[in-house]
Design a protein around this ligand. Structure first.
Ligand code: ADP
Ligand code: MG
Ligand code: ZN
Length: 475
């Protein structure tokens, strides 16, 4: 039995426009009192009319372009009907058969191999409100601040082959959304929400997709899919006699992820497709994106995306791993690009990843890091001392020069200063000198060590090495 995992994602993204999707209400609900950012439109009062947010549409088109999608010739909004207390109108304005963008792909780096994951569509809709369940109370509250927030939906083809690939896909997508500057895309805060469909193909025969919900972080997506993959494979490999009431079988259903218990659980069956009674939204005219927007110009406005940055970083000399770590993080990439104007790329990347990342990248001004790294680049201070200086920089925000003066750190880099010390060491260590000249190269290491001790580690070992070799060759 040949089992193959098949995963497709439906990802919802809250766009951080100033106002909501179809009204002028403030779209930033963070820390706002419940139901304080609402109006008759987003509360669904009869007789009100929606007006589409142009920026939200533009951002959806930009996302489509970034994902190599086709921009529709003709597009429109549709009403999707269902009843739920957080949906005041009784329908959601969404897009059905005429989404803004169709097709396309996102290329991900799956453990060293590049792989294109197909995109099915990108469309725009409005978010619903939130239900709040006060602990120990027998009632539920409704907060409509989120009702009407622009919500972009990205649907992939079922071409993701493993839970880890699913995680990598969402991480890459999040990075793109941040580069486009259209969403904070924070999964923990619900700006980026992911439903995952997973099935197991048996000997090339299509499996039954199960939809997983309630995953609020990358870690949860991967864990939930790993659990579900195993659950389904076990059921296929060791089928119990379901007819006799033993075990379960895979059915088309929606399952929730319980992070505390570490398992998925059945929420509702999807054996019967829900009828949303879609029909074209009569209050919003359909339109042609190519006429309403300058698509060519939007394309040109796209920033450099993480995949292109990775390639460019590799070209200027970064190891593949370092390039990936920096390019995926917009703020780290911006930081790196400032530093690299003055410092060699490898040194900059090395320090940003190994010394700053764990300490919070923005806690040192890039200009100050440049000052420090330039000294290392020129061999004025050793690696050991520069890390001490960095520690003080992180604590105090001072410039490296200031710290060097305050701490009385001498920069023993000049040949004059070192020359004196080296001569001293040579005259005190006859035996090592004789050994070295007799071909015992390890004697040199000993002499370098002596100089470093004499200078309390403040000399640059490479320079000491070079000066010693010169001197020993001459005398
Ligand atoms: P629906 O219309 O019920 O939402 P779709 O066919 O539109 O279903 O697909 C929704 C999501 O399910 C897409 O992300 C798609 O990639 C995924 N999907 C479709 N078929 C499968 C499958 N056999 N296994 C896993 N995921 C699938
Ligand atoms: Mg769907
Ligand atoms: Zn409103």
């Amino acid at each position: 039995m040949n089992l193959k995992t098949v995963i497709g994602l439906e990802i919802h993204v809250q766009l951080k426009t100033k106002s909501k999707m179809f009204c002028r209400c403030d779209n930033n609900a963070e820390n706002a009192a419940p139901n304080s950012l609402v109006c008759s439109i987003c509360m669904g009062m009869p007789g009100t009319l929606p007006v589409a947010n142009k920026t939200a549409i533009e951002w959806t088109l930009k996302t489509g372009l970034a994902l190599n999608s086709e921009i529709a010739e003709f597009s429109r909004f549709d009403r999707k009907h269902y009843f739920y207390p957080d949906l005041p109108k009784g329908y959601q304005i969404s897009q059905y058969d005429k989404p803004f963008c169709t097709g396309g792909f996102l290329e991900i780096d799956s453990e060293g191999t590049l792989k294109k994951i197909g995109i099915r569509r990108v469309h725009l809709e409005e978010d619903a409100g939130k239900l709040v369940h006060p602990v120990g109370k027998n009632f539920t509250l409704v907060d409509l601040n989120r009702a009407g927030t622009p919500l972009m939906e990205i649907v992939t083809e079922p071409e993701i082959a493993s839970p880890s690939e699913a995680k990598i896909f969402i991480q890459e997508l999040r990075s793109i959304l941040r580069y486009l500057d259209i969403s904070d895309a924070d999964m923990e805060k619900g700006h980026l929400r992911c439903d995952a469909n997973i099935s197991i193909e048996v000997d090339k025969k299509e499996g039954i997709p199960v939809e997983i919900k309630n995953m609020n972080s990358f870690r949860m997506v991967e864990r939930a899919l790993l659990f579900e993959e195993k659950r389904q494979k076990d059921l296929l490999e060791k089928p119990l006699n379901y007819a006799r009431g033993e075990g379960e079988k895979i059915i088309k259903e929606t399952r929730g992820w319980d992070d505390a218990k570490g398992n998925t659980y059945s929420q509702r069956s999807k054996e019967f497709a829900q009828d949303y009674r879609y029909f074209p939204e009569p209050d919003l005219p359909p339109f042609a994106p190519h006429k309403a927007f300058n698509i060519e110009q939007l394309k040109q406005q796209l920033p450099e995306l993480p995949a292109a940055k990775r390639l460019r970083y590799i070209k200027i000399g970064l190891p593949v791993q370092d390039a990936a770590i920096i390019a995926i993080d917009k703020s780290m990439a911006q930081y790196f690009e400032k530093v690299v104007q003055k410092v060699t790329p490898r040194l900059a990347a090395n320090w940003i990843i190994n010394e700053l990342k764990s300490n919070g990248i923005l806690s040192i001004a890039p200009d100050n890091l440049i000052l420090l790294l330039e000294k290392i680049d020129k061999g004025e201070i050793s690696g050991k001392i520069s890390k001490e200086i960095l520690g003080v920089m992180l604590d105090t925000g001072k410039k490296p020069e200031e710290i060097i003066v305050e701490k009385g750190i001498k920069q023993i880099g000049s040949e004059d200063e070192l020359g004196q010390i080296i001569e001293n060491i040579i005259s005190k260590n006859d035996k090592s000198v004789i050994d070295y000249r007799a071909g015992k190269k390890e004697a040199l290491g000993f002499l370098v060590g002596q100089v470093m001790r004499e200078t309390k580690g403040q000399a640059n070992p490479q320079i000491v090495n070079k000066l010693l070799i010169d001197k020993l060759a001459k005398d």
